[in-house]
Design a protein. Structure first.
Length: 155
């Protein structure tokens, strides 16, 4: 399942990446480029732009109905029957794939000392090199996502 989000859906793109979904996002992309990339890469367009829906070249799309990021995420989860099995597999910044770091010495210069000494498992993005770990932020977004996937309206 692959998506491309329009310029209004950057936060949604980030949260979809957190749950492991392949979603492209370019904040300055115009409608023609968005549709071209979607068609070339067989991606579903995520949009809040009602005007975009009138483009003849637009094929597969989901019109996002809410302004709230978590309601948007719930809409996608419901429409596409998404699960949370693949968390921490996509870079939230660039959509690259994450790979587990074999030896944590590789990332020592890229994380704070406290994190280096207290966390053992790290991931790096294959594209941009960003380093990730399961810290307090991971716990926070896991709680939010568990509420979403359990059907709760308040994430």
């Amino acid at each position: 399942m692959k998506f491309i989000a329009d310029a209004m859906l950057g936060r949604l793109a980030r949260w979809l990446r957190i749950i492991g979904v392949d979603v492209l996002y370019y904040p300055d992309i115009d409608d023609r480029q968005l549709i071209r990339i979607a068609r070339e890469q067989d991606r579903t367009v995520l949009t809040r732009d009602a005007g975009l829906l009138h483009q003849k070249a637009l094929r597969d799309y989901i019109f996002i109905t809410s302004d709230d990021t978590f309601e948007q995420l719930q809409q996608i989860i419901s429409l596409r029957n998404l699960s949370t099995t693949d968390r921490v597999s996509r870079c939230t910044v660039c959509n690259g794939s994450l790979t587990a770091v074999a030896g944590k010495r590789e990332i020592k210069e890229h994380v704070p000392d406290f994190i280096y000494h207290n966390i053992n498992n790290f991931f790096t993005c294959d594209v941009c090199g960003k380093v990730y770990w399961k810290g307090t932020h991971y716990t926070m977004f896991t709680k939010k996502l568990n509420k979403l996937f359990s059907g709760s309206k308040k994430a």
